[in-house]
Design a protein around this ligand. Structure first.
Ligand SMILES: [Zn+2]
Length: 199
């Protein structure tokens, strides 16, 4: 056999574009990636995946950096009903729902609009709901060292709903309680009743 050294570029998975990889996946599920409706699908999938995982290109310090303020205020700050969309790391299927975030300041607060951005940043990565909950709480804790932070996530998981697993239990609630939300029952209950109150 004649040697072909130097004449061919080695093709590895890493040398393929994301579009090529999605085209291959379309073939593997039994589709014809060259048919009309699918021609641009690999391009769309690559773009969509980049968007849904854009949280990897951000960090909490950058998101919060110009929005930390000194205050003389020590009542609970609460942001409820923050819509979020994430993807489970086990199936790459969406889970989505509402986040409720509260903290009791200790000389510093976060600009209110930054809390939803922080939730979004962590949600736009491959996640499990428990870790997402914890990462939001820890980021606030590290940024302003409050007296306490509480995060509750209520989510529906398409990997359970679409695949027919535990349909009846498809809404999952997770929570992270730090500082006074952990140590003081009264503070935790105040938060929980504020979350449950409609609106
Ligand atoms: Zn899953």
């Amino acid at each position: 056999m004649a040697s072909m050294s130097g004449s061919l570029e080695e093709v590895t998975l890493a040398s393929l574009s994301t579009e090529d990889l999605y085209r291959e996946i379309l073939s593997r599920v039994g589709e014809d990636p060259t048919r009309d409706g699918l021609l641009d699908t690999p391009k769309r999938m690559a773009k969509s995946m980049a968007y849904l995982t854009r949280g990897y290109t951000m960090d909490a310090t950058a998101v919060l950096h110009d929005a930390l303020f000194d205050v003389d205020y020590d009542e609970m700050v609460i942001v409820k009903e923050i819509e979020f969309f994430s993807m489970c790391e086990h199936h790459l299927l969406p889970f989505f729902g509402k986040a409720h975030v509260a903290y009791v300041p200790n000389g510093k607060v976060v600009g209110l609009s930054k809390i939803p951005r922080l939730v979004d940043m962590f949600a736009r990565r491959l996640q499990v709901q428990e870790r997402l909950t914890r990462e939001i709480a820890d980021a606030i804790d590290e940024a302003i060292h409050p007296q306490g932070v509480a995060v509750i996530l209520e989510a529906q998981h398409l990997c359970m709903m679409m695949r027919g697993v535990e349909k009846q239990h498809s809404a999952t609630t997770t929570s992270a309680m730090l500082g006074v939300f952990k140590s003081q029952l009264q503070t935790r209950n105040e938060f929980l009743s504020l979350v449950r109150r409609a609106g």
